[in-house]
Design a protein around this ligand. Sequence first.
Ligand code: C5P
Length: 338
Amino acid sequence: MSTASQVAISVDAPGKVNLYLAVGDVRPDGYHPLTTLFAAVSLTETVTVSEGQTQGLSLSMDIVPGSLVDQQMQAGQFDPADVPMDERNLVYRAAELILAEHGISGHGVESAPVLHLHIAKAVPVAGGMAGGSADAAAALIATDRYLHATGRTDGLLTPGDYERLAAQLGADIPFSVRAALGQTLALGQGTGTELQNVEAPPESLHLVIVAAQFGLATPSVFKQLDAGRAAGLYPASGELVEPVELLDALKSYDGSDAALASLAALLRNDLQAPALSCASQMEQTLNLRDSEGVYASLVSGSGPTVLLLASSQARAEALATSLRVEGHHAVAAEVTSA
Ligand code: C5P
């Protein structure tokens, strides 16, 4: 066994988009029942756990060069100093949950492990792509592996344990855990924590991800949906049913124009209209659906990040490049095939 000071354990966790997001009426606990199709994308966060210098848990963060967050930072629209590096950060809380699960106390106890967690950030903050959730998922797994690698625990927790702990931290974190462990697509029900794996498509989906110059708070977008529904501005929530046609379209997806057009018509996000009413600037980004080689545009989760479905990787990369030249924050990404 290596000594603790030599060990560093890194875990990657992808950001996500929701290819389908149907939202029901708000429950007494403030959460909404939903049926969603989560898709992991090829933009990843990395959390590295190593021995710390100070008692308890410490955090640090750097920004992945060229990432959407880097583009926001270069434009003065994101300041890493605004991300709390203490118990308000999901990474901190994830590490604490793992320590508690093993019966190890996180702070104040002399024998407690001194852990440092470093976040390499690429996925926008408050963007609707589960960037913070990906950090939390990576932190859960990396902390558990670190404790085991340094001889502090006898065994690793199970993926089911990680998902149970993840659900205590946030509704989309169980999917982030599953995605960090290699799953590309999953249907989410309940508040998003009840997951059912879906097979990845036979061909990759090529996307351009366009980040906004600002973040949107998820609770305010859900509240806007409730208010808009009550005022009759948006369709009432129907019965939440599995998106069978979309699942079929993905199962047979071959990247052809016909397959792209069918898929485009089946994407849905009930949070898109409320997100737009919170931030009307997004309309311009959604209009990029009219660009050459683009089949659809959709708000990702609660926004304001927008995804464009492109006809090929080359088209996605060319479009992302030209959008950056025009001053947008954009990268090409994919939902990787099976
Ligand atoms: O669980 P998480 O902290 O990520 O959720 C953030 C907020 O998003 C919740 O406080 C709630 O306002 C809203 N939410 C919701 N219904 C869900 C998931 C999230 O209303 N299914």
